[in-house]
Ligand binder design. Structure first.
Ligand code: MD3
Ligand code: FE
Length: 216
């Protein structure tokens, strides 16, 4: 790890353990937020945000795009990781350096050194968008954590247990918050409640969420 990795770290952040293996780093991404949003714009200029269809035929209310060696897609055929954007046939855009550095630093700060993400899913929520309780289980290696970064408008995150019926904890997430999920909680159900209207100085009427994964 080189020193310049730390240039993107927010000096003022606080650490909160939601549950063993679920570490909330409040404000960790605040100092790099402007660079992160510019990088989101660069990625989405190459691989546009799109509303994907679920295998059940529903259209997701969050728009998505990806970067890195692998990208997550869903359509009528199912959920999977692909090397190419199905919309263009081109490889997913490279993972911006600021993305990778932030994810690696956050994982390290939470006790997961050596995180090597090969996929970043970018979710864009506009008012009215939500994500129901689900598990992330399309990745090959569950020993690696997932790092999630919230940017823009705040919302309420739902953190459940290993069964869909487990009552979820509600966690308000705001701009710059990062959560690292590793160990057994990596398989827990989670989702987000409907995004409320608002205006954020950096993102306007939306919230972005970045999730970094080791998928392959
Ligand atoms: C807990 N995204 O992209 S981030 C997803 O806010 C996703 O866009 C939500 O769930 C969002 O799959 C939630 C927090 C998160 C992400 C992955 C997890 C929590 C997680 C994986 C395992 C356990
Ligand atoms: Fe998820």
């Amino acid at each position: 790890m080189t020193l310049d990795l730390f240039d993107n770290a927010q000096p003022e952040y606080s650490q909160e353990v939601l549950e063993e293996g679920a570490i909330l780093l409040r404000g960790f991404a605040r100092a790099s937020a402007q660079t992160l949003v510019a990088a989101i714009e660069s990625v989405s200029g190459q691989a546009a945000f799109r509303y994907m269809e679920t295998p059940g035929g529903h259209t997701m209310s969050a728009a998505m795009t990806c970067c890195g060696e692998l990208g997550w897609v869903t359509d009528r055929r199912g959920y999977r990781y692909t090397q190419n954007d199905p919309e263009t046939g081109a490889p997913w855009p490279e993972m911006p350096r600021v993305f990778r550095e932030l994810a690696v630093m956050a994982a390290e700060a939470a006790g997961f050194p050596g995180f090597a993400p090969d996929a970043c899913l970018i979710n864009r929520y506009r008012p009215g968008a939500k994500m129901g309780l689900h598990q992330d289980r399309d990745e090959r290696d569950f020993s690696q954590p997932i790092v999630s970064v919230s940017l823009g408008l705040p919302l309420v995150f739902q953190f459940g247990g290993p069964r869909r019926s487990d009552r979820p904890l509600r966690v308000p997430l705001s701009h710059g918050d990062v959560i690292v999920w590793g160990g057994p909680v990596r398989r827990h159900y989670h989702g987000v409640l409907t995004l409320r209207r608002g205006a954020h100085p950096l993102t306007g009427d939306c919230r972005y969420n970045l999730t970094f994964r080791k998928a392959g």
